[in-house]
Structures are given as C-alpha cells and as structure tokens.
Design a protein around this ligand. Structure first.
Ligand SMILES: Nc1ncnc2c1ncn2[C@@H]1O[C@H](COP(=O)(O)OP(=O)(O)O)[C@@H](O)[C@H]1O
Ligand SMILES: [Mg+2]
Length: 248
C-alpha cells in the first residue's frame, strides 16, 4: 500500500514556528481530519504537502516520490496529483460551471486562450460525468456565480477530480457554509474517498464534523501533533486543549 510519509517537517516564518517537527504517516485511501484552533499550523501543513509552500526543514514522501525534492515538470505533476479545495471555492465566477470543471483537466498551466474550444469531447463527457455524480449536471451551463456556496464547493470537488488526484487536500472546505450545505460537501468528499479510494486530508474547524466523517484525526497545537488517533480515542480533555473549549 502506498503512503504519505512526513518526517520532522518544520516551517518557520520569521519568529513563528508555524509547523514545528511533524512526523506522520498516512495510508492511501484514508479520510483524515486535521483539527486544532486557528493558528495551529493546519493550512501551512496542507500547503507544504502540495508544495505551495516549501518547508524550512524535514521531508515529505509519497510512495517512492520524494515530494520535497521535486522540481520543474515533476513538481507540476505532483501539484496536480494532490488537488486542493479551499474555503472560498475559488471558481471563476463569470464562467459557466462546465468550463470551471474542465479547467481542472488543464492543471495550473492554462492560459485564457486555452478556454476557446480546445477541450476534447472526452474531456467534456468526463466533466459532465463528474457533475452528474454530485447531482449538478443540470447546472452545467449556468454561470458559477449563480450557484449557492455549497453547490460551488461541490463544483470545486468535481473540478479537482478532473486532475485524477491521488490525494484531495481540503482547507476548511465547509467554514463558510450552513449546516445543510456543509453536510452535502462532506458527504461528497466521503463519496470520492470511499468510491474512488482517494486519500482525503481535510482541515476542519468543527470537531463534531471531523469526528463524524474521518477515520483518523490529527490534532495540532502550536505546530505540533498533540493527538493522533481515531475519533473515539479523542477524550474531552484533549478536545478542550485543542479548541480552548473552556473559553468559548
Ligand atoms: N505567510 C506567512 N507569513 C508569516 N506567518 C505566517 C504565514 N502563514 C502562516 N503564518 C503563521 O503561522 C502560524 C500557523 O498558521 P496557519 O497554518 O495558517 O494556521 P491554521 O491554518 O491552523 O489557522 C500562525 O501563527 C500564522 O500567523
Ligand atoms: Mg488555516
């Protein structure tokens, strides 16, 4: 089985140790929740996994690939193999939903010129299939801006799938959604995790959601792992440490 191995990973910003010596191994096909209060280092960890940020120290490996040493073309390939979705959806609002999904197949290196009819029939069919999986095919020709936040996030998941990702990284994907839309987004992420075997690593603000959906939770505080286990191993004591529950 392939796995993602993170060794002694550190990221220092001036005088802040955002990530401070993380060691974890994540087996392919798992759904992982990264939890912890704001500033704990969750986003920095995800950004290092897909190399949006370079670590100050340590290494990340996936199977035989030394992710932290990749350059050029191999680096671009890795970035498209670990698709990322964000709290703010990041769709191009003035383009229609189908085009937004098709853009996923271009990776990060498209120019706006590419958008004039260069998508193949196969790509279009594949994009429509992905939309259909999330009950969004009837929205295909609508502008992205006309969709609700929850629908936009699910379009972002469909777009991520166009990259044939090995890993889906999600940075607080439901933070700006109401509970009903949040549930649909989480259900869809679980669906691709269970049906396609894609590893999902998800930063979540809600402990309740993390416990309900994830196989394993990794709790961060001040850039360090303070909990690593299954949701039922998480005690009230540790939850309080992770979220300052006493002060809420
Ligand atoms: N680009 C940056 N420059 C300086 N400090 C940063 C930067 N990104 C994050 N930090 C700091 O690193 C720490 C961890 O941030 P972050 O990873 O965003 O935490 P989280 O996602 O858990 O809220 C915080 O103290 C934050 O202020
Ligand atoms: Mg964050």
């Amino acid at each position: 089985m392939r796995s993602l191995t993170i060794k002694n990973l550190k990221k220092k910003f001036k005088n802040v140790n955002a990530v401070d010596g993380i060691n974890i191994e994540i087996n392919e096909g798992k759904m992982i929740g990264i939890i912890g209060r704001s500033g704990a280092g969750k986003s920095t960890l995800l950004r290092m996994i897909n190399r949006l940020t370079d670590p100050s120290e340590g290494s990340i490996e996936f199977d035989d690939t030394k992710v932290t040493s990749l350059k050029g073309r191999a680096l671009r390939k890795w970035r498209s193999e670990c698709a990322m979705i964000f709290q703010q959806f990041n769709l191009i609002e003035r383009l229609d939903v189908l085009t937004n999904v098709l853009i996923g197949s271009l990776g990060r290196n498209y120019s706006i010129l590419n958008l004039f009819g260069i998508f193949s029939k196969e790509e279009k069919i594949s994009a429509l299939r992905n939309l259909e999986r999330f009950d969004l095919s009837e929205k295909a020709l609508q502008r992205a801006s006309t969709l609700s936040g929850g629908q936009q996030q699910r379009v972002a998941i469909a777009r991520a799938l166009m990259q044939n990702p090995k890993i889906l990284l999600a940075d607080e994907p439901i933070s700006s959604l109401d509970p009903k839309n949040a549930k649909r987004v989480m259900d869809d992420m679980r669906k691709i995790n269970r049906e396609d075997g894609i590893t999902v690593i998800c930063n979540l603000h809600s402990l309740e959601v993390a416990k309900r959906y994830c196989d394993r939770l990794i709790g961060l505080a001040d850039g360090k792992v303070v909990f690593d286990g299954s949701p039922d191993e998480l005690t009230l004591e540790i939850s309080k440490e992770l979220y300052d529950l006493d002060n809420d």
